[in-house]
Design a protein. Structure first.
Length: 338
């Protein structure tokens, strides 16, 4: 019996997680614990980024602006060869979409290490990460009442002024989106961008809850080459998640508006963009949007796996051969039947 138990534990380390464990993770049912203090606070994130900056000659942390409430906005830069392609990972435009930031911090930690793989990446790709564009919303430090939220107002989608930053990419009235465009997108030559978000908990494909969904730019005025590159980026990340057993992904139902980053940044800057939505949020007024904590580890790992796959494929240029025909068969997510 002890031998059988030992073998089971060994296999659990090396075999991929079952997608059911990801997709069927607990909904919020009034009893599920939600403790955002288990996630990285703004202060801890700032300290962590400065430590990573000090640890590695390959990493540089830059402050590119401030939030409404005066919190610094951080850009982590890895690799500095202008002849290499550049990928930017953007997380937490919405403050209640936190697990993608936890994944980004894990990737930053890896990029700070002097390993053969990291050195190889540094020779062939530039990586930029904005780990939290909306720190005020993430901390629930806003100028309006969110005490009626499911978790008591620990975090919110909006910035401190009550604005959805992912609807402000044309007007850029908010300091966070203005700084992103003025001090990052208009300064650096970025080839690929992944805009990470979280969606609600009820979306499903094949009557199973999805762990996330993806979509390329759908605005008709986006350059065709940019759309193709975006689809290739999605192919790489989709395959990595599916091959490792860490997800059950569907196609996101998205519109054509340029006010959102998926379309607007592709149209204005000719950046190949991919929207990647994870399942569940940390707080919301609607219980159907909030996910209990038991799936957090899987969803964070889904983010890490997909980011590292993108970095590797861009570094070795295999992304240029990625098969995009899967998009024709990838089903749009719907609702799970009861």
């Amino acid at each position: 019996m002890m031998l059988t138990l030992a073998m089971a534990m060994l296999l659990s380390v090396f075999l991929p997680a079952q997608t059911g464990a990801v997709g069927e993770g607990p909904n919020y049912n009034g009893n599920e614990t939600i403790k955002n203090e288990r996630l990285t606070s703004y202060e801890d994130m700032a300290d962590f980024l400065h430590k990573m900056d000090d640890r590695s000659d390959l990493l540089e942390v830059e402050v590119f602006g401030q939030s409404v409430q005066g919190r610094d906005l951080f850009l982590t830069k890895f690799g500095n060869n202008p002849d290499n392609p550049t990928v930017l990972f953007l997380t937490q435009q919405h403050g209640n979409e936190a697990l993608v930031t936890e994944a980004a911090l894990d990737v930053i930690r890896k990029l700070s290490r002097n390993t053969p793989q990291v050195r190889e990446w540094a020779d062939h790709v530039n990586v930029m990460i904005i780990p939290r564009l909306n720190p005020d919303g993430a901390m629930g430090d806003v100028n309006f009442d969110i005490s009626d939220y499911v978790a008591g107002g620990q975090s919110t989608r909006f910035n401190a002024n009550g604005v959805d930053l992912n609807r402000d990419h044309v007007d850029r009235n908010e300091p966070e989106t203005y700084a992103l465009h003025t001090n990052v997108l208009q300064v650096y030559d970025i080839d690929y961008l992944v805009d990470f978000h979280h969606q609600g908990t009820q979306s499903a494909v094949d009557d199973r809850y999805v762990s996330g969904s993806i979509l390329y730019p759908t605005n008709p005025d986006v350059n065709e080459t940019v759309v193709e590159m975006s689809k290739q980026l999605g192919s790489v990340m989709y395959d990595a998640v599916e091959d490792r057993g860490f997800g059950h992904l569907g196609k996101y139902r998205g519109g054509e508006a340029t006010t959102i980053s998926r379309n607007g940044l592709a149209y204005e800057y000719d950046i190949a963009t991919l929207l990647f939505e994870m399942r569940g949020m940390t707080d919301h007024s609607n219980p159907d949007m909030v996910l209990g904590q038991k799936s957090n580890g899987y969803l964070i790992q889904q983010g890490v796996i997909s980011m590292e796959a993108a970095i590797s494929a861009i570094a070795d240029r295999s992304i240029e051969e990625a098969d995009i025909t899967f998009w024709d068969e990838l089903p749009f997510q719907g609702r799970k039947s009861e």
